[in-house]
Design a protein around this ligand. Sequence first.
Ligand code: ATP
Ligand code: LTN
Length: 327
Amino acid sequence: MKRLLSGIKPSGDLNIGGYGGALRQYVKLQHDYESFFFIPDYHAVTVYQDPKELHERTRDVAALYLAAGIDPGRSTIFLQSQVPAHTELGWLLETQAHFGELKRMTQFKEKSEGKDVVSSALFTYPVLMAADVLLYQATHVPVGDDQKQHLELTRDVAERFNKRFGLTFTLPEPIIQDIGSRIMGLDDPGKKMSKSNPNQNSCVLLMDSPDDIRRKFSKAVTDSEGQVRHDWEQKPAVSNLIEIYSVFADEEIAVIERRYEGQGYGVFKKELAEVVIQKLLPIQDKYRQLVDSSELDRILIDGAKRAADVASDTLLAAKKAMGFVTF
Ligand code: ATP
Ligand code: LTN
């Protein structure tokens, strides 16, 4: 049986990077896998989150999962903090993860750079992520390119555990798509479009108004060549915009290049904005209907129960394998 697990942190307003790298894939893949989509709220608090904002954003992400097309009848949707097995297995796995390998994690290096104080949870973050995945015996994990290293660590920790204590965990494979797995900032194609980037013009949010989306794309950096051509080496900014177009229109890069041949960046950027707006408007409408509904609560409560059933079996197996007294 193929099983999928993935999640988006409620650490900021969801942007089109998270949509292209993760959410869009979730919606497609749920038809081919038994799927678990969760909200890693415990991961979000590895850096400070205002309590009121965390509360709101957690509901926002859940509502956006549904609005984008995740079907709660087919897939299990839940909050990490509602299933205590995550932190319990996280602790057990910390005994198998090495200090040195955690120190090499690029996300930790990036997020801790230049900070006077860094939480120890930010450091052990990838081990909790390993627990998220391994608890469900996930065979596949759809993620953006930046999470590849964390999944390699997940596999290493699982392998180490299995060797030492007997076969307990399934080794998961990442699913990283060719196009859309690394959407870059509109102001700087050298930096990943990120929820945590303070520059407002750098990212388009899923809940941005049509006018904001038009303004942000019209300000996006390009180059002086004037040709809509995909070439990451020579033309990273334009290539990024073409990839966003491809993700939102569900069209091949070559088709887009041909359509805008000889047209310059002005027309291309305008039409790109419209493609994104057309995709987002229905998602935004559904989000508004769902975000404060009791239906959302019901889906999350039900999802946590279903998730806990699966997770508690794996946790028990891991505890037994390690020699804990269990009843
Ligand atoms: P933060 O910036 O707060 O760390 P994030 O956006 O990097 O947040 P998540 O929201 O948890 O982190 O990411 C959810 C998923 O979206 C992950 O699989 C991640 O790889 C993917 N993702 C995030 N940003 C991008 C991006 N710019 N391009 C493609 N995929 C992305
Ligand atoms: N680390 C991921 C979020 C995350 C995740 C997971 C993704 C936490 N646990 C399990 C996939 C599977 C991030 O920073 N985007």
